[in-house]
Design a protein around this ligand. Sequence first.
Ligand code: NAP
Length: 317
Amino acid sequence: MEPHVYVPRLLTDAAMREVRKIGLPVVVGGEDPPERAALLRDAAGAAAVVCTLTERIDAEFLDAAGPQLKVVANTAVGYDNIDVAAATERGVRVTNTPGVLDGATADLTMGLILATARRVLDGDRLLRERKPWVWGPRMLLGLDVSAGTTLGIVGYGRIGRAVAKRARAFDMKIVATPSRSAPPDDDVEFLELPELLERSDVVTLHCPLTERTRHLIDAAALRRMKPTAILINTARGGIVDEDALVEALRSGTIAAAGLDVFEDEPRVDPRLLELPNTVLTPHLGSAGVATRERMCRLSVANAAAVLAGEEPPTPVN
Ligand code: NAP
């Protein structure tokens, strides 16, 4: 049987046309993630898999696909859904989509900072209650973003730097954790995490989820933050200990949180939904029309390159 290209979830129309140009049979899933059994079944015999972050690509998956599998192209920059070591052991290339989503993710991060600091949802809820209201000098006061407020960036990589670029326009003072891959910026003070947490008014997370960063923000880290501070997470849910975060938000250890990602996605902890001091979005970081197009096309280009025996544009291994 001729090997196929397996696309477990529908990509954009233009990217799906690119998939068909590869010239191999294509097996395509639907809008929603396939059940695990269907994922393993449809991967069997594939030469390439163009997947998303909702597919767990582990040893079981790679073995179900079979030894003809050449490439797993993830349509995301984060690849914590993929066991890269298991892929490398089997000679399977892994690729991701870095760079093309930095602006979109940084934009959403700024949106969450502004919405959380300036209590946009509290205001929205107040109006929707349809009760009488009038402007007041003490009404719904929030954190001034552009008053020399200190933004602490944990993970000063591509997206972290794109957030810094936007924060400069808001006159925020920027501190960040040191990064081996990023050139130092003159107007950024580099601090180790404990000091960054103590000094920041807003802490925003932009590191990858790895064994080292899982629960990087735990109860002890949250206790280091100011009681007026805001935590923003548009990276990965597992970087934050959600139980500890709920407790910190309830007890006033920190003031508020803006979250685009959750520990057990797509489940959102009901306690987070009930808290008034959270702003929550369903993993929308890269959800811009042009951005998704670039991500999907880059992912397909990565798969096509490996199948053609070429070096893929953005390899992971
Ligand atoms: P990147 O360029 O690789 O940047 C990641 C940065 O994190 C690097 O500077 C890295 O430093 C740093 N880092 C690694 N471990 C750290 C640690 N323990 N403490 C502090 N910093 C650490 O990646 P990116 O393209 O900016 O993407 C970052 C993450 O954003 C992705 O991994 C993904 O999970 C997430 N993301 C989410 C969305 C969304 O829809 N919400 C969209 C896009 C991306 P070194 O250079 O020293 O390793």
